[in-house]
Design a protein around this ligand. Structure first.
Ligand code: F6R
Length: 254
């Protein structure tokens, strides 16, 4: 079965459209596995949310089947809600434990997460910024918000933004509401890597699935880089790989 419907590339971006979200997710997982096979010490930038869950499931399977070890890899997560500790079920730290870390052999000392419950969030943002500045992300995995956000860089974020505290937009609060486990409301603030941090990765892979992402995909890929759609900044990076399913690619003109 060939699930790849379309493959297109120009100087800086590769776009692959798959028949299903599962096929797109497996292709992303294969890209991560290939990166770590060729460089076991790879530094991975990781995302949370609904979209990468199938990717992480495949990475878990690969470890269980003895096909890979992540023990030497380093990870940096993109973002975290302000006010939630790693033990809170709705924190991104807890998500990472559930979806990936607990069932794989990532070394806890090489996992970098933002502490959403740090007593001083400005100091926490500074700590994370310094850690990132001392590292080089080899492969950054991204999802995308319906409003075009990457990480929690909401519309209006500048291309030179770095790790910082941000206010989440109404659209993001609504979009993330259904994923809450314990909370009744999505926390209004988060710490996120900035656009410049994301663009500093050697390679960026972005996974988008479902019709709700189709308009954000069209704006990200076809519009000129603009703060109104932060993912559009990715076109200024020399090595971006878009993995889409047919639904999220439905509004692309070609
Ligand atoms: C998550 C993140 C966000 C999500 C985006 C899409 O760490 O940084 O940018 O990637 O909100 O979320 P889902 O995948 O739930 O649609």
């Amino acid at each position: 079965m060939n699930d790849l419907l379309l493959k297109q590339s120009n100087n800086s971006a590769k776009i692959e459209v798959f028949a299903t979200a599962q096929a797109a997710s497996e292709a992303v997982a294969d890209r991560i596995l290939a990166t770590v096979r060729s460089n076991p010490k790879a530094v991975l930038g990781l995302a949370t949310g609904q979209t990468p869950r199938r990717v992480y499931a495949k990475l878990v399977d690969a470890v269980k089947n003895g096909q890979i070890s992540f023990s030497e890899a380093t990870t940096f997560n993109l973002d975290e809600y302000c006010g939630l500790s790693a033990s809170h079920a709705d924190s991104f730290a807890a998500y990472m434990q559930r979806e990936l870390f607990a069932a794989t052999d990532f070394d806890g000392d090489k996992i970098n997460l933002i502490d959403g419950a740090a007593p001083d969030m400005h100091a926490e943002a500074k700590r994370y910024a310094q850690l990132l500045a001392a590292s080089q992300i080899d492969l950054q995995l991204l999802g995308i918000g319906t409003n075009g956000h990457i990480g929690f860089n909401e519309p209006g974020s500048s291309s030179d933004s770095r790790v910082r505290i941000v206010e989440l937009s109404e659209e993001t609060l609504n979009a993330n509401q259904p994923t809450l486990i314990e909370l009744e409301e999505v926390p209004g603030k988060a710490i996120t890597m900035g656009i410049a941090d994301i663009l500093g990765a050697r390679e960026i892979i972005i996974l988008a699935t479902g019709a709700a992402k189709a308009e954000a995909m069209r704006r990200s890929i076809e519009d000129l880089p603009h703060a109104a759609c932060p993912a559009s900044y990715l076109s200024s990076h020399g090595n971006v790989h878009w993995f889409l399913d047919a639904d999220s690619a439905a509004l692309l003109s070609k």
